[in-house]
Structure formats: structure tokens, C-alpha cells
Design a protein around this ligand. Structure first.
Ligand code: NAP
Length: 309
């Protein structure tokens, strides 16, 4: 029986692991399919305090893991298939094996949002991608026109990164100004290789018949004009959806699937806590996720002490 099981291994999960490990609760961290979470796909993280030169996302997560393990956190590269929160201790099925836990901290983060247009799904990994740092350097994108969709920090970061490889980077955004932070927006718009296409939506990704990306269809949302733009790659960076599917019907979420804590970081199930992007559609930063992980760990520790476990 585990005292604390942490589901997820992003900044929230590792910080919860660090704190519960230092409380000598020997937490078990179930990393999920993407150990380290979404941050491992970011190139340089410039806004995590303590790293004046910035830090590689993968390195930051590896350091967090090492720090938690140093104090006794146990790591399992498992994926949780189902949870039974109907009574404590809780039952989890992880890669077919049963895991029993006195408390659970959910830190499953969020995944990439999809556009939902024709061609997107069919051409995924064939020119359509959700991660420039993972795929941008592929030969197929070198010296080719590329498209980035979105207007937030992620889209700006992807566009800037892709200027290293593409001949030109078209930044397609549905409004006429960027949502990104001022510094990122200014950096993006000042880059001569990035060409913004305002007030526009990608309505289709071509060409499924050729089994590769050759162009996108665009619609100007103000004029209704439809055009097509040649490109070798489409990088979609339009935000995230919480990874909370397995908790549906068991944990209270909002209409978008974000978990809604009821008391501090505790969910509607006493003994089940939540931290990070799976519960946060407002701040969504590595540092706020880490802070929430710390809070969830303290709440879980107090819960166990009160329950005399
Ligand atoms: P975001 O801030 O939610 O931005 C999503 C963008 O995609 C918005 O511009 C939105 O348009 C657009 N969009 C959403 N749904 C769309 C759709 N169906 N079709 C077309 N466009 C759509 O997401 P994010 O950029 O991933 O950033 C998430 C959080 O992480 C933010 O807090 C951000 O600051 C942070 N972040 C920070 C860094 C960094 O500092 N290095 C890097 C990446 C992310 P509208 O503007 O019209 O809503």
C-alpha cells in the first residue's frame, strides 16, 4: 500500500513528489506516457526563477525528478488505466497492475488542443505537428515555407524556433493581435522571417491524397475570402486540454474538463488532491504548477496525519 501516489510527472507532479518525499511519505510517481510532461517539449524556459540564462525544458524536468528521488520518491513509468475513488484506500490500475493508495495527487497536466479541420488528423506526423522543438529540424521542413497556427506564447515560441529551419514562417491567427506576452509578441513580429496572417483561420490541411502536407486553405474571418497557401508543415499551437478523461464522473470538473478543487487542493473526494494544469486554465505556468504541487503535497501530508496513517 502506498501512502501517496502522484499521477503525472510535470512540474506539479515532481514538486509534490519532492515535498511528500521530504515528509518521508515515499511517494510513488506514475510518470504517464510523456515523462516530464509537456515542458520537455519546450526548448528554452526563460521564466522559471533561478535560471537567469534560461534552462532547457527537458533538463529542468530531469533535475526536478533527481531532486525528488534524492529524498526517496519512487518513479514508475506507468500509465494509469482506471481509478476507483469510491472508498479509501483507493484502487488504481496501472499498466494492468493494481496499485493501492491512501492518498492520490492528480497532476496529469494538459495535452495539445486540435483544430478539428479536414486533413489535420490524416496528416498528423506527415507534416502536421503540435511540437516544433520535437519535429522542426526534420529534413522535410528545411528551407520550406511553414505555417504556425495560434496567437499565444506557444505559437510565438514555435514560430521563432522554426525560423532556424523554414524559408518563411507564416503565423496564422484568428484575430488581429497576439495574445502572447508583450516580450514574445514583440520578438515574433520583429523577426523578418515571420509573416503574420491576421484574422484568418485554417479551414483545411492539404493534401491527404498525396499523404503529406502541401498547403493550407485559409479563410479571412472578416472578409470571408478563401485562399490557399503552399507549405510543407503546419505547426498547431492553439492551447491545451486537460488530461482528465480517466477521472470523468469520479472527480468534479468544469465543463471543459478542468478539475475543480473543493477545499485547498482537495477534490470532492477526500484524500484525492489536484495540482497543475489539469486544474488551471488561468495561469498555466511551470512555476504556478510547481507551487500547486507543493500545496497539494502539504495538504496530503496533513490529511494523512489527521487520518493517523
Ligand atoms: P493560449 O495562451 O491559450 O493561446 C492559444 C492561442 O490559440 C490563442 O491565440 C487563441 O486565439 C488561439 N486559438 C485557440 N483555439 C483556437 C482555434 N480553435 N482555432 C484557432 N486559434 C485558436 O495557449 P498557449 O500559447 O499554449 O499558452 C498557454 C500558457 O502557457 C499561457 O499562459 C502562456 O503564457 C504559457 N506559455 C509560456 C511560454 C513562455 O513564456 N516561454 C511558452 C509557451 C506557453 P485567441 O487569442 O483568439 O483566443
Amino acid at each position: 500500500m502506498e501512502k501517496v501516489v502522484i499521477i503525472g510527472s510535470g512540474p506539479a507532479g515532481w514538486t509534490a513528489a519532492l515535498y511528500t518525499a521530504r515528509a518521508q511519505l515515499a511517494p510513488l510517481v506514475l510518470t504517464g506516457q510523456q515523462p516530464g510532461g509537456l515542458l520537455t517539449t519546450t526548448s528554452i524556459v526563460e521564466n522559471f526563477p533561478g535560471f537567469p540564462e534560461g534552462v532547457d525544458g527537458y533538463e529542468l524536468m530531469t533535475r526536478m525528478q533527481k531532486q525528488a528521488e534524492r529524498f526517496g520518491a519512487k518513479t514508475s513509468f506507468g500509465v494509469v488505466e482506471s481509478v476507483d475513488f469510491s472508498a479509501r484506500p483507493f484502487n488504481l490500475v496501472v499498466d494492468g497492475e493494481k496499485v493501492i493508495a491512501e492518498t492520490v495527487i492528480i497532476a496529469t497536466g494538459a495535452g495539445h488542443k486540435h483544430l478539428g479541420v479536414p486533413g489535420e488528423h490524416e496528416l498528423e506526423t506527415k507534416g502536421t505537428t503540435y511540437c516544433a522543438t520535437c519535429d522542426g529540424a526534420l529534413p522535410v521542413f528545411r528551407n520550406q515555407p511553414l505555417v504556425v497556427v495560434g496567437g499565444g506564447d506557444s505559437a510565438c515560441e514555435e514560430a521563432l524556433y522554426l525560423t532556424r529551419f523554414g524559408s518563411v514562417v507564416h503565423l496564422v491567427h484568428r484575430r488581429d493581435s497576439l495574445r502572447a506576452s508583450k516580450i514574445m509578441a514583440e520578438r515574433t513580429l520583429a523577426n523578418p522571417k515571420i509573416k503574420p496572417i491576421w484574422d484568418s483561420a485554417v479551414t483545411e490541411i492539404l493534401d491527404v491524397k498525396q499523404d503529406k502536407v502541401t498547403a493550407v486553405k485559409l479563410k479571412n474571418l472578416k472578409t470571408g475570402e478563401e485562399t490557399s497557401l503552399s507549405c510543407a508543415g503546419v505547426f498547431i499551437a492553439i492551447g491545451h486540454v486537460p488530461n482528465t478523461e480517466i477521472f470523468k464522473g469520479k472527480i468534479i470538473t468544469d465543463e471543459n474538463g478542468f478539475i475543480v478543487p473543493q477545499q485547498g487542493t482537495m477534490t470532492n473526494v477526500p484524500g484525492v488532491f489536484v495540482a497543475g494544469d489539469c486544474a488551471d486554465h488561468v495561469y498555466r505556468q511551470a512555476i504556478t504548477a510547481a507551487g500547486a504541487g507543493c500545496a497539494a503535497a502539504i495538504d496530503a501530508e496533513r490529511f494523512l496525519a489527521a487520518a493517523n496513517v
